[in-house]
Write a protein that binds this ligand. Structure first.
Ligand code: C5P
Length: 325
């Protein structure tokens, strides 16, 4: 079979519905229990045949993403080649739509997509489990970015148990100006705990939240949303308190900072309510994105074998099939 010349993968962002942060481990990471949900905001990553691994990033936030060896997608492709014992290259191209440094695993999503794309491009034939293992070395959220749907993450977030979700919920996402660096937010969380004398307990999954997700009970889910990193994110970006208060005033079923922030996430009753919330947020000076989740994980949307090649690029997008954006 002839090798494809390029592969394009579409990969969703994640939000955290619960993030329980426990004590710091010996390796410097925090023990966490988190409920991940994949949502319908996607990046697209294309890998095409080349001698070396390089990256180009396009989109309105492109200048906020490194286009060198520190890019997580480049690191993913290089680690994959190393683990597979090959010396192939790939020209990576990222259409960046997921908010950068926003607590939505945008970098992890690109790394996951790069692993899948290069696995195909180089005909390595690695299975999902092997990619997940490589992904875990690249970042705590990369395994979930490979999986999609809904899952509980334990350890540093990389050990996953898929969850049932009875329905697709409507979410309103409010990105903030500027990003927050994950290590800085965890460090701030530690500082707050030190100042207040809080000794963190081993983190536990919130069974009420998991049951609400399984039953499709939006009201119960809204009440259960919780993030231990939220006080730290609020201290580093005090304007988020106003965003969260606006969500409460506008009648969101629940709201929280996603992951290490600063993106704030609000749950709507249904898509009608979600559209009204998005409009109200935008009118209140907080431009908002309407999304749905859970959605499935990364998909190959173009394997470069279609006639006319570029004519097909992007025509089968996950986002289009979901009727979003
Ligand atoms: O795993 P990842 O590279 O995404 O983590 C980025 C940083 O976030 C880590 O270096 C660490 O400072 C912090 N972190 C943590 N505990 C976790 C996950 C991340 O302290 N469970």
């Amino acid at each position: 079979m002839e090798h494809p010349r390029y592969i394009t993968v579409e990969v969703p962002a994640k939000i955290n519905l619960q993030l329980a942060v426990g004590p710091v481990r010996e390796d410097g990471y925090h023990e966490v229990v988190t409920v991940y949900l994949a949502v319908s905001i996607v990046d697209r990553v294309r890998a095409s045949t080349a001698d070396a691994v390089t990256v180009e990033v396009v989109g309105p936030q492109a200048d906020r993403v490194p286009a060198d060896g520190s890019n997580l997608a480049v690191r993913a492709a290089r680690l994959l080649a190393e683990r597979a014992g090959v010396s192939y290259g790939a020209r990576l191209w990222i259409d960046k739509r997921i908010p950068v440094a926003g607590g939505m695993a945008g970098g992890s999503a690109d790394a996951a997509a790069a692993l899948i794309a290069c696995n195909h491009l180089w005909d390595l034939g690695l299975g999902k489990d092997e990619l997940v293992e490589i992904g875990a070395e690249l970042g705590s959220d990369v395994p979930f970015s490979l999986l999609g749907g809904a899952a509980v993450g334990t350890g540093r977030g990389e050990r996953l148990r898929p969850l049932d979700a009875e329905r697709v919920f409507t979410w309103v996402l409010v990105p903030a100006d500027g990003g927050l660096a994950t290590p800085a937010v965890y460090a701030e969380c530690d500082r707050i705990r030190e100042e207040t004398g809080v000794v963190p307990a081993p983190p536990r999954a919130d069974e009420d939240l998991i049951a609400a997700l399984a039953k499709g009970d939006a009201h119960a889910l809204g009440r259960a949303l919780a993030n231990d990193l939220e006080p730290a994110a609020l201290r580093l970006n005090p304007s988020l308190a106003r965003t969260l208060a606006t969500g409460r005033e506008l009648g969101a079923l629940g709201g929280l900072v996603s992951g290490s922030g600063p993106t704030c996430v609000f749950l709507a009753e249904d898509s009608h309510h979600g559209a009204a919330l998005s409009e109200a947020f935008t009118a209140a000076g907080h431009p908002a994105i309407h999304a749905r989740g859970p959605v499935h994980g990364p998909v190959v949307i173009d394997d470069g074998r279609y006639p006319g090649d570029d004519r097909w690029f992007g025509s089968m997008a996950l986002a289009d099939s979901l009727g979003e954006r």
